[in-house]
Design a protein around this ligand. Structure first.
Ligand code: IPE
Ligand code: IPE
Ligand code: MG
Length: 251
């Protein structure tokens, strides 16, 4: 039987995380926007727009369940292969989202962060994200990481280059290099690894998302398309996670 995670009526209510086994960090590959629109005879961008309402719902649901960190895959380094019109539309969405919902995020003590290569993004997208990061930097509620122009292989390559540069500059010795040290060169430096990965939209692949960080993460794949993914499906994924026994190679 799937254990239900009780919703908290009061956000100050104390939760015994370990008892309830709530994942500390959830990462989501929000896939299926285009197919959602296609099924309705609508253009792909309509699916991306509708996907924003799922983002709002899931941020709220995660916050309610006392999840500490939520990382959302918004645009991958491979998504540049798409038609320019679609790319332009997707890259305008963070600004649109933040314009409407940033006050709500601030009021709810959400802290916004970003991972990915920000330099290649349009200035207006970058500015909107940076404004959200600055405006929420002192918040200590749910941390929302927006993965934008993110690609794990690129992240690992750049981390390696930066680490080698520090070794060549004698800022770091080869003997000091270990997993923990290397993790400090990734975009996710200082963040806990995801406990649970959810991918919507039916595909069962990582699509270059957090390859290093997901080494021991629990995976939950669902056929539900991202715009249809609501609090109900989110709670089901949490329930599934609660049934898992994480062994990390032990017994
Ligand atoms: C996910 O939905 C959003 C992004 C990748 C930006 P898709 O646009 O990939 O939708 P499908 O997979 O084609 O249905
Ligand atoms: C993964 O979805 C990227 C995001 C959700 C941002 P894609 O739709 O780009 O993945 P593939 O192409 O099916 O692997
Ligand atoms: Mg897709």
């Amino acid at each position: 039987m799937v254990m239900k995670v009780p919703f908290l009526k009061n956000r100050n209510e104390k939760v015994h995380d370990r008892k309830q086994n709530i994942p500390e960090h959830i990462a989501i590959i929000m896939d299926g926007n285009g197919r959602w629109a296609g099924k309705r005879g609508m253009p792909r961008f309509a699916g991306h727009k509708e996907g924003l309402s799922s983002v709002v719902k899931i941020v709220k649901a995660a916050d309610k369940c006392k999840v500490k960190m939520l990382t959302l895959y918004t645009f991958s380094t491979e998504n540049w292969k798409r038609p320019k019109r679609e790319i332009d539309f997707i890259l305008k969405l963070p600004k649109e989202f933040l314009h409407v919902y940033l006050p709500d995020m601030i009021a709810n003590n959400v802290r916004i962060e970003a991972i990915g290569n920000m330099e290649e993004l349009p200035v207006s997208t970058r500015e909107a994200i940076q404004f959200a990061i600055n405006s929420t930097k002192d918040n200590d509620g749910l941390q929302l990481n927006i993965a934008l122009n993110y690609g794990s292989k690129q992240e690992i390559m750049n981390a390696m280059k930066d680490m080698f540069a520090d070794i060549l500059d004698s800022k770091l010795s080869l003997d000091e290099v270990d997993e923990q040290h290397f993790s400090g060169y990734l975009h996710t430096a200082g963040m806990p690894n995801p406990d649970l990965l959810i991918r919507t939209g039916g595909e069962k692949r990582l699509s270059n998302f957090l390859l290093w960080q997901l080494a021991y993460t629990e995976f939950c794949f669902t056929d539900v398309l991202w715009p249809d993914f609501s609090e109900k499906e989110f709670m089901e994924a949490l329930g599934e996670y609660q049934q898992r026994k994480r062994r990390y190679g032990g017994l």
